[in-house]
Design a protein around this ligand. Structure first.
Ligand code: CMP
Length: 157
């Protein structure tokens, strides 16, 4: 099983879309293992977007991400990183395919509703940044797991 970090950005919370977007991940069969609502400090978002430090949109991005409440979500599932990235869609919401979260709910490049880790390395770093305390991540087994995955094919490996 793989783990990934999702952020529901301030536009998602302000537009009252948090529940609907969270439901998409639940309905897909991804397991929620961490969930918190915070107005995260500037230092956290600066560290999170460190790779974009030299990009022209960086200052605006950090200011927008610290402007309000953000939901941090840790998800677990088989190939969770790729699955979640596919559900989120292209970075520019205007170009994101219909059926993706950005394609269905967004019109902006910057206010693109969600962030999702793009690699196993990024997921590990980002999960440690937003869920630094091991107690914030819950290990649990969904009762319906043998129905979400095939027992012979994907579980018991
Ligand atoms: P996210 O997936 O969180 O990663 C970087 C964020 O920067 C991106 O989503 C957008 O919100 C924002 N952004 C704004 N302009 C650009 C751009 N030109 N290229 C990439 N990301 C951008």
């Amino acid at each position: 099983m793989e783990r990934t970090l999702v952020l529901l950005k301030p536009d998602t919370v302000q537009r009252s879309l948090s529940g609907r977007i969270l439901a998409r991940f639940e309905e897909k069969g991804l397991k929620m293992i961490g969930l918190k609502l915070r107005q995260f400090p500037k230092e956290t978002l600066e560290q999170h977007y460190e790779v974009h430090k030299e990009r022209p949109f960086y200052a605006n991005l950090v200011s927008y991400m610290t402007s309000g409440a953000v939901v941090a979500l840790a998800l677990e599932g088989l190939d969770a990183i790729t699955v979640v990235r596919g559900m989120v869609g292209a970075t520019n919401s205007r170009e994101a395919a219909p059926g993706t979260i950005r394609g269905d709910f967004g019109m902006s490049f910057s206010n693109n509703l969600v962030h999702a880790s793009d690699s196993p390395e990024a997921a590990a770093t980002e999960l440690a940044l937003f869920f630094p305390d091991a107690a914030e991540v819950v290990e649990w087994t969904p009762n319906n797991e043998p129905w979400i995955y095939n027992v012979g094919e994907e579980l018991n490996k």
